[in-house]
Write a protein that binds this ligand. Structure first.
Ligand code: KG4
Ligand code: ZN
Length: 341
């Protein structure tokens, strides 16, 4: 089955073509006009998706060597994300499916990150613990089978990627902050300063990242960073922050794996491409864990992961009538929110 997948939940316009679960093309256009604002401006994001979506679709079809009439299934991100941005890709996908008379599958963006580890993988084993770490979400999920997931922990405030972005902004670095912090950390001292992570009341697997961002802010004020800043100091602060943030993700994921007896750990989302994080988790392989990350091009937002979940949802569902006839966000069938996740 040849499918076309669309992702427009945030600031990447992406379209992919798949043959069953195999990705044939995956075009990603990242919006750079948000850089000067230090974060994504929703209205700009929607308008840019609208301006790009047709061109990116043509590119994806060309690269795959397919015509639009070869497409048999359309999938698009339905939530969560920026509402205007989501609606652009979703309505584009729905319109295409109506015109072509082919099925349409709405896809939950977090499901897609979770399954991004499976792209190109033939041997999918359950159960596993999935850590999804992106700019909008931080979640620990126990996956027992296809679409049998339980959220066992999530952030109570900022997402991990958001903390990287906010700390980078405090240090005067560019957006997105994650890659910047990773770059400066490479020459920094991880023990320069101990940035504390807040203890979360409630679930033992919940995360909190707003406290660490505030502790970086107070530290910068205390040392009068604006007046004494140097490249070495930025390197050291980045390295110390990165260590603290990654340790929190690592410790809770390992505890979850132990508690739920899962020796497979999958990490996905934009933050999973961080090399310091990957090295930390890879050290678990010596203790018998299987650890995996998506390829870098599938860790940040991309349509290939949407297409994979679209295909699986279509394949595993008895009721193939996914099309969202009425308002997207009130259609109970299409909603796969955290609780139902
Ligand atoms: O998955 P993603 O593309 O978008 C969302 O669904 O949110 O993740 C983007 C996030 C941003 O916060 C970005 O700073 C972070 O992932 N990120 C990183 C790295 N690359 C991207 N964080 C830490 N280290 C990286 N190398
Ligand atoms: Zn994402």
């Amino acid at each position: 089955m040849i499918s076309l997948a669309i992702e427009t939940s945030c600031d990447e316009t992406s379209v992919a073509v798949l043959n069953n679960d195999r990705v044939i093309s995956n075009i990603i256009s990242s919006q750079i006009s948000h850089t000067k604002f230090g974060g994504v401006v929703p209205e700009i994001a929607s308008r840019e998706h609208l301006g790009k979506i047709t061109e990116i679709t043509d590119l994806a079809l060309n690269e795959a060597g397919k015509k639009i009439t070869d497409i048999e299934l359309i999938s698009a991100t339905s939530e969560p994300g920026l509402i205007g941005a989501l609606l652009t890709g979703l309505n584009f996908g729905k319109s295409l499916s109506m015109c072509l008379g082919i099925p349409f599958v709405p896809v939950n963006h977090i499901h897609a990150h979770l399954y991004s580890n499976f792209i190109g993988e033939n041997n999918i084993k359950f159960p596993f613990i999935s850590l999804i770490v992106s700019g909008g979400h931080t979640m620990l999920v126990l996956a027992e089978d296809f679409f049998k997931h339980t959220v066992i922990g999530k952030t109570v405030d900022d997402a991990a990627g958001e903390a990287f972005d906010k700390v980078a902004k405090l240090l005067g670095l560019n957006y997105p902050g994650g890659p910047e912090i990773e770059k400066y950390s490479a020459n920094g001292n991880t023990d320069f300063h101990d940035f504390p992570l807040a203890h979360v009341r409630g679930s033992e697997f919940d995360f909190s990242f707003s406290g660490i961002k505030t502790s970086v802010l107070y530290f910068l004020r205390k040392i009068d960073f604006e007046n004494i800043k140097s490249e070495k100091m930025i390197n050291d602060i980045c390295a110390s922050f990165q260590k603290a943030a990654v340790n929190s993700l690592f410790n809770k994921t390992l505890s979850a794996a132990e508690k739920f007896n899962a020796n497979i750990i999958m990490i996905s989302g934009g933050v999973s491409s961080n090399k310091y994080l990957q090295n930390k988790f890879n050290s678990l392989k010596d203790s018998g864990y299987s650890v995996s990350f998506p390829e870098k091009k599938y860790s940040t937002d991309n349509a290939a992961m949407i297409g994979l979940v679209g295909f699986y949802r279509y394949k595993f569902s008895d009721d193939k009538n996914f099309f969202l006839n009425d308002s997207l966000l009130t259609n109970a069938k299409a909603r796969l929110n955290y609780e139902e996740f």
